[in-house]
Design a protein around this ligand. Structure first.
Ligand SMILES: CC(C)(COP(=O)(O)OP(=O)(O)OC[C@H]1O[C@@H](n2cnc3c(N)ncnc32)[C@H](O)[C@@H]1OP(=O)(O)O)[C@@H](O)C(=O)NCCC(=O)NCCS
Length: 169
């Protein structure tokens, strides 16, 4: 199966924050941002695998910075690593300054998608070949995150989380 770079799955979604998408402080609802990230991540996973993909897990979300009403928000998604049938997708969220056009990092998230056939059964996906320093760092840490996610979901035992154990050795 053809190996792909994170760049080949890169997906960028830019949209405004409208009044119906905000909380009483006039900032974007967390759930609205989660939905935008899920859409961008699913397109990235689809571009990587060229298959039907489903969200298996939301591994990490950090709402570091509020996103005010009227902001222009850009969600950037890339497949950071692929395993057998699952893909880790890394998301970076940016807000654009109205006057200068400069972008400031607002949030980050990591989702896991699984490629499935028409009956919903997991099927293999291409490997990822990281290119940049950041892509390599994200690739290297992805197995640890996968094991943590499986451990928290009760799908593996602590003794099977070799990468996590290595952190404490
Ligand atoms: C995701 C799904 C296909 C996994 O099916 P499954 O029977 O658990 O299949 P497997 O155990 O073979 O797991 C498939 C892959 O997903 C990974 N996976 C499963 N659960 C995971 C989790 N919580 N975190 C990280 N990876 C996970 C497995 O490690 C495996 O990866 P690999 O093949 O790359 O090694 C299945 O649970 C599903 O269809 N869930 C519903 C998806 C959905 O509807 N999402 C939208 C929610 S509204």
């Amino acid at each position: 199966m053809q190996v792909k770079t994170p760049e080949q799955s890169r997906t960028i979604m830019t949209d405004l924050v409208l009044p119906s998408e905000t909380n009483p402080l006039n900032n974007l609802f967390g759930g609205e941002l989660l939905a935008r990230m899920d859409r961008a991540a699913s397109i990235a996973a689809r571009r990587h695998s060229r298959r039907i993909v489903v969200t298996a897990s939301v591994n990490h979300v950090a709402f570091n910075r509020a996103v005010p009403l009227g902001s222009v928000v850009t969600v950037e998604a890339k497949v950071s690593r692929a395993f057998k049938t699952s893909m880790e997708v890394f998301l970076d969220v940016w807000i654009e300054d109205r006057e200068s056009g400069d972008r400031a990092k607002a949030n980050e998230a990591i989702y896991t998608f699984v490629a499935v056939d028409e009956t919903g059964r997991p099927i293999p996906v291409p490997e990822v070949q990281p290119e940049t320093k950041l892509e390599k760092e994200r690739f290297d840490a992805a197995l640890r995150r996968k094991q943590l996610s499986l451990l928290l979901a009760g799908k593996i035992k602590p003794s099977q989380a070799s990468e996590l154990k290595a952190l404490f050795d």
